[in-house]
Design a protein around this ligand. Sequence first.
Ligand SMILES: [Zn+2]
Length: 426
Amino acid sequence: MLARGTAAVWRLYPFTLILKQAVPEAETTPLRLKIDPGSKTTGLALVADVDADAGQVVWAGEVTHRGQAVHERMQIRAGIRRSRRQRNTRYRPRRFDNRRRTDDWLAPSLESRIANVETWVRRLSRLAPVAAISQELVRFDTQALVNPEVSGVEYQQGTLAGYEVREYLLEKWQRRCAYCQASGIALQVEHIVPRARGGSDRVRNLTLACETCNQRKGSRTAEEFGYPQVQAQAGQPLRDAAAVNTTRWALYRRLQQTGLPVEVGTGGRTKWNRTQRGLPKTHWLDAACVGASTPERLVVKGIHPRHIRAMGRHARQMCRMDTYGFPRTGAKATSVVGGLRTGDLVRAVVPAPSVKAGVYVGRLAVRATGSCNIATARQGVVQGIHVRHCRVLHRTDGYRYGDGDTSEGGGASSPALKGGGSAPDI
Ligand SMILES: [Zn+2]
């Protein structure tokens, strides 16, 4: 369509085309936006229903959050404020008993994760006909387990209930071998009182063990094996607080405010769906497998997830400081020069007589003089490119983009940046 001139690039990230002529009564397939929220990375997938039992992933993305960066920034700010209070250069009343927090307050690092997901739900909804949302809310379904501490459920390997039980056990035993406390290794579901000795398949008789411990224990009970506390711990209920993830619930409430129907799924269901469909474990495939609405057959061929990294936008600090907290630089100059802003992805064409003659694609860092820097992928940072040579490819929006083979600013070789035909995101 780009080659024929019937469409133009509307946005580079996510890659979107706009048709040059209106299509009367155009029919669009409603899409389901599926989300697998994680503490470091959140998987996103747009899924279209092809027919009754098949669905196709249309677009996928993985958003890397900046929780740790936010935390570090907050630490630095706290340090600066503390030193300023001690310095006694002016009167500043102490301030610790006049703070109010709303009930839904979350730590800034957590809030930023939720904001990242909200942003992408909003952006994708604006560009694609998103009709419903699916979100992974909890690790396992307590309702499906029907109060496992009391009644228990039969554990069956390979069934959905089996996956829910497994997720429950992982949470309860903190992803460790109950006997040697080893973590980060493959764990097996293990009967505390072996079945051969009359032990049941109920959750309260199950724990997690590494292969070695499982073998060594053999047909002994946990008590005979020398671990009576495992028996005792299995009978204790899993504290609710341990299983409830505040951030995920907060995200769920925000998603409900979009007005779209929000379906929730469990981690056990996601894993089961993914295993049933023979898909490898990645954030975006996990997202595509969230919830009971996941179609029987999921077409994922040809989809490369867009890697999206949250970067933040501005620093509120007025000027840089030295080690002692005193101003080191002047106040910040303007952040907009010639209509361009630091962080904009630009393509600069510098004409021949100049020593800098050539084409540069990359992120811009504006200077008040108009002579700016461009961080390119190939030549590194190129200095002294005037803004009048620059054309914006993508305005700074708080995120950096990349994928497997072509990352952003990959020079003129990237077809999307040249305006040629590239695999479209949407
Ligand atoms: Zn072990």
